[in-house]
Design a protein around this ligand. Structure first.
Ligand SMILES: [Zn+2]
Length: 213
């Protein structure tokens, strides 16, 4: 795809977000095909969204008014590989795990490059997997969710949005996601659904709150 090779194997996951009708973007399919070969293709998402990092002006992609944002997540643990990604001359947004050892330094570095920063907030999956510290669970009260999000904002400076790390149990739970949206509303962070489950309740949960999706 183009002449940049994204070091896919270095990454545990990438999100591609397309606004518009993704069916008319062969490019997105090419990307998706590449990603299907990646270790965690469940993190591939095509969403209709806006206000995200625009793809550089090229070809008829832009003429049609589409935007493609690339978010690379799970940042904060592998500085050598992550620095290689930051060297790519592409408008890649970075989603950082708030309790990762390099969370703060990567956020500062990526922000200084003009990149958009997201908090990659760990949320409970349905399957049994090793969990990050402060993983959100559906049973948590709004105060605990608030404490976790407040700490994540401290640990990941310059973040303007949030997406979920794992989270199939959390994002499919409407009352739980309503609590998250209530807290995000206070901090003016947008939420990007990583779509780790097909019956995600995220957009329903955001209804009636000021939270942007
Ligand atoms: Zn993740």
């Amino acid at each position: 795809m183009h002449h940049f090779k994204i070091p896919l194997l270095l990454l545990s996951s990438i999100l591609w977000i397309v606004s518009g009708t993704e069916a008319s973007i062969p490019f997105a399919f090419e990307a998706a095909a590449l990603l299907a070969a990646s270790p965690r293709s469940n993190h591939v998402a095509c969403l209709r969204s806006s206000g995200l990092t625009p793809w550089p002006p090229s070809g008829n992609f832009k003429d049609k008014g589409y935007k493609l944002a690339i978010v690379i997540d799970d940042f904060g643990y592998r500085p050598v590989n992550e620095n290689k990604i930051l060297q790519l001359p592409l408008p890649i947004s970075i989603a950082i795990l708030p309790h990762a050892p390099y969370a703060r330094s990567m956020a500062i570095k990526a922000h200084n490059q003009g990149r958009e920063i997201l908090i990659h907030l760990p949320m409970a999956p349905l399957s049994k997997q090793p969990l990050e510290r402060d993983t959100l669970h559906p049973q948590m009260g709004v105060e605990e969710i608030q404490r976790i999000i407040r700490q994540a904002i401290i640990n990941v400076p310059y973040a303007v949005g949030m997406n979920n790390h794992m989270g199939s149990a959390m994002t499919s739970n409407l009352p739980a996601m309503k609590k998250v949206m209530q807290v995000l509303d206070q901090y003016q962070l947008y939420f990007l659904d990583s779509l780790t489950i097909s019956n995600s309740q995220v957009s329903r949960a955001a209804q009636g709150t000021g939270s942007k999706l």
